[in-house]
Design a protein around this ligand. Structure first.
Ligand SMILES: Cc1cc2nc3c(=O)[nH]c(=O)nc-3n(C[C@H](O)[C@H](O)[C@H](O)COP(=O)(O)OP(=O)(O)OC[C@H]3O[C@@H](n4cnc5c(N)ncnc54)[C@H](O)[C@@H]3O)c2cc1C
Length: 424
């Protein structure tokens, strides 16, 4: 079977690439998508805890800035298809979106399955042919001059003018992203920046977080100083079986996982457990609560500010008598308590493995991809989109938007180039 554009992987990047390739200039470019799983977008279903944080509501420059040193590369994709374009795309397909106070954008239905449905339906309407249960095992270029590829999969060998690799990274391999794209790209001579965990829960030396597994603190700041730099991130924190996770911790992990794995060292961090209340305000609030609740025990009073389990464990771990009447606390003890709530010490010893990460840091080197087209600079006719590329952003919808935008840019560029080659 022959096609104009073949896409490897039906995740968010591959689905968008397929739609925009097939719809390009109303030409119905012959487009095939190979998917290893029996359905599209398995990871997409898990996103945002099943609610799918599709993008972040901010302008292109601010959006790109979140990708640090990769911002210029990302900017090209965003000018092709911005967060606003994405919201319009879904609205036009009947899926309205809403913006949270923190800028995160979700479908109004809060269902990632709705996002997948829109993408698959639109691809079907555009005439994209889906080959499910069909992992691409090998891609070869049969004609260097005319850039014609063969793709070998369980369903036979296929010929295609252009190929887009959108196989994702290494995180959550049970969803299908098992690093195939790296191997396929390497065969064409691409450099793979070592894939590592980014946005991943962290392991602590202290074991008291284990007792709180599943408990959330919704307004924290996690801070550290290392290599003479102050780093921090804010948001919510979730205690886990062996440490801490949740959006603020995942974002923080992006800043330290390289350091942790390179040095095998630990990092001392402190947690501000109520980041939007400064120390003096917190003390005032505590005193007011004492006044209003003269009979409350310390752990009962703290439970008015924090989850009950945290209040009890905090008292126990830091040697405060949780059963003491709160207003009977000595001033020095109160000061110590407030201080600890603002700079709660923890020691990070390691990060959870890449398989448990939200996103993979590393992948196909951006130095070898044209950011204006997503075409390989090593092998003309080959394109990349999504997490397989060495790009990772913070939590908040940044990674899905990059997957969508890079997919669209790759899809359009590959279709345009295939149409051009049809002319001769
Ligand atoms: C738990 C979790 C929650 C997340 N939540 C969010 C969120 O709310 N917002 C956000 O912005 N980001 C989120 N992310 C990140 C986001 O899911 C990824 O950035 C995004 O899915 C990357 O899209 P992709 O298409 O590049 O790769 P993937 O989604 O990984 O898709 C790759 C596809 O390629 C297929 N494939 C792989 N190899 C082959 C092969 N050889 N042949 C054929 N097919 C193949 C796979 O089966 C898979 O379907 C989350 C990630 C996780 C794990």
């Amino acid at each position: 079977m022959e096609s104009d554009v073949s896409i490897i992987g039906a995740g968010p990047a591959g689905l968008m690439a397929a739609i925009f390739a097939a719809e390009f200039r109303q030409r119905r470019t012959k487009t095939i998508i190979f998917e290893a799983n029996t359905a599209a977008g398995r990871k997409l279903l898990l996103t945002g805890g099943g609610r799918c944080n599709i993008t972040h509501d901010c302008d292109i420059k601010d959006f790109a800035r979140a990708f640090g040193e990769k911002q210029r590369f990302v900017q090209h994709c965003l000018y092709e298809f911005s967060p606003q374009d994405l919201r319009k795309f879904f609205a036009d397909s009947g899926l309205s979106t809403k913006v949270q106070e923190d800028g995160c954008v979700f479908p109004v239905s809060e269902k990632s399955s709705d996002v997948r449905e829109v993408l698959v339906a639109r691809a079907n309407r555009a005439g994209v042919q889906f080959l499910y249960g069909s992992p691409a095992a090998n891609i070869e270029k049969i004609d260097k001059k005319d850039s014609v590829f063969t793709i070998s999969s369980g369903k036979g060998t296929f010929v295609s003018k252009k190929v887009i690799i959108a196989t994702g990274g290494l995180s959550y391999p049970q969803t299908g992203s098992t690093g195939d794209g790296y191997r396929l790209a390497q065969r064409f001579g691409h450099t793979i920046i070592e894939p590592k965990a980014a946005l991943v829960p962290l392991i602590t030396r202290e074991d008291w977080p284990d007792q709180l597994a599943g408990t959330t603190l919704s307004d924290i700041k996690i801070m550290a100083t290392f290599e003479n730099k102050k780093i921090n991130s804010s948001g919510s924190l979730v205690f886990t079986q062996d440490g801490i996770g949740g959006p603020a911790v995942l974002d923080f992990s992006r800043l330290i996982t390289n350091y942790l794995s390179a040095n095998g060292k630990s990092i001392a961090v402190s947690i501000d457990t109520l980041a939007n209340t400064n120390e003096a305000e917190l003390e005032k609030r505590f005193l007011k609560l004492c006044e209003q609740n003269p009979k409350k025990t310390l752990k009962g009073l703290l439970a008015l500010l924090y989850p009950q389990r945290f209040a009890a464990t905090f008292c126990e771990r830091f040697s405060f008598d949780g059963n003491k009447i709160a207003r009977q606390l000595e001033k020095s003890e109160r000061k110590k308590l407030i201080k600890l709530l603002k700079v709660l010490p923890l020691t990070i010893t390691a990060a959870r493995p890449v398989e448990e990460a939200t996103i993979t840091h590393g992948g196909v080197s951006t130095d070898e991809i044209n950011p204006k087209t997503m075409e390989s600079l090593v092998c003309p006719g080959l394109y990349f989109a999504g997490e397989v590329i060495d790009i990772d952003g913070p939590c908040g919808g940044f990674n899905l938007q990059f997957a969508f935008s890079s997919g669209i840019l790759a899809g359009k560029s590959a279709a345009e180039s295939a149409i051009e080659s049809n002319r001769f």
